[in-house]
Ligand binder design. Structure first.
Ligand code: CP
Length: 311
């Protein structure tokens, strides 16, 4: 079975492809090669970020460079998109220039879907609006497993703006695929109306979510996606109602790892003391920088699987 030409969502992957990526990422982590993988016939990997990014874009650039690919930074702000050229015409032009794979971030949910019919090149979704961020979920699962979390039969709480988070949608699809139970927690405006999966529970009670989980995954409150609330103080109570603070964690009898995909609103969804308590060998604390560190290996694995379509 071939790896998909377009990785738009977690639904494009099956369990054996996910397991293949986890193993491959592990190989990049523990057996780094002295020489790049591509020394001849180097593929051309481009990024096209129509929305801002620090983590995703940079880690794909580093992953492509470490593999030995030729990297092309397509900068939308200085491109002919600004003269009205559309995305399809842009992609066909990039293909004619020799691009083999492009990582794209867009504000429009589902914008990459039409390209599945006739892909101009391999495409990796680097986040599309509120829809999906599949590579974030894959690197999160890799980080969790590398730090000792066993998804099958255990429970993670995803706390924050679940409904408006592309990361959350990808995590639900991926973590339920590997047998993890999920508690989605947030104020009612941040939760879906119905549970998206039989293994997903909804609650607005943060103490319940924390007490009943083995891992906490916090999400940024995305004020830009709550325009209907205007400048109201809808979220001003959030740090007290749902923020994960050291005071809340200290009430637990166990150490639970705290994940966040970043960027974080420190003092809102995550207390400053939690954020400044990175994990160490004796105690699991904030693992945000471990997620960033592991992103490189997972994204190397994804690029290589997409280019080689080995599974
Ligand atoms: N987690 C994530 O997607 O971060 P960036 O927006 O910085 O890429």
């Amino acid at each position: 079975m071939n790896f998909p030409s377009i990785l738009e969502s977690i639904g494009d992957l099956n369990l054996s492809q996910v397991e293949y990526l986890l193993n491959s990422a592990k190989g990049f982590k523990y057996n780094p090669r002295k020489h790049p993988y591509y020394e001849v016939n180097q593929p051309v990997v481009a990024t096209c970020f129509l929305e801002h990014s620090t983590r995703t874009r940079n880690s794909f650039v580093l992953a492509a460079e470490k593999l030995g690919a030729i990297y092309l930074n397509f900068d939308p702000a200085t491109s002919s998109l600004k003269k009205g050229e559309n995305l399809e015409e842009t992609f066909l032009t990039l293909r004619s220039q020799g691009v083999d794979l492009c990582v794209i971030r867009t504000a429009v949910p589902g914008e990459l879907r039409p390209f599945k019919n006739n892909p101009p090149f391999k495409i990796i979704n680097g986040g599309d609006g509120m829809h999906q961020h599949p590579t974030q979920a894959l690197l999160d699962l890799f980080t969790m497993m590398e730090t000792g979390f066993k998804p099958k039969g255990n429970t993670m709480a995803i706390i924050g703006d679940c409904e408006h988070s592309r990361v959350c949608h990808s995590l639900i699809d991926l973590m339920t695929m590997v047998g993890c139970k999920i508690i989605l927690c947030g104020p009612s405006g941040c939760l879906p109306r119905q549970t998206p999966h039989t293994n997903v529970e909804l609650t607005s009670d943060v103490t319940y979510a924390i007490n009943n989980s083995d891992l906490l995954y916090l999400l940024r409150i995305q004020k830009e996606r709550h325009k209907k609330f205007g400048e109201s103080n809808y979220f001003s109570d959030y740090p007290w109602s749902h923020g994960v603070t050291m005071e809340r964690l200290k009430k637990l009898e166990k150490n639970v790892p705290v994940y966040h995909p970043g960027p974080a609103n420190i003092g809102i969804e995550i207390g400053a003391c939690v954020f400044k308590n990175p994990t160490n060998k004796h105690e699991l604390g904030y693992l945000g920088y471990e997620q960033v560190r592991h992103s490189l290996w997972m994204r190397m694995a994804i690029i290589m699987a997409m280019l080689e379509r080995r599974i």
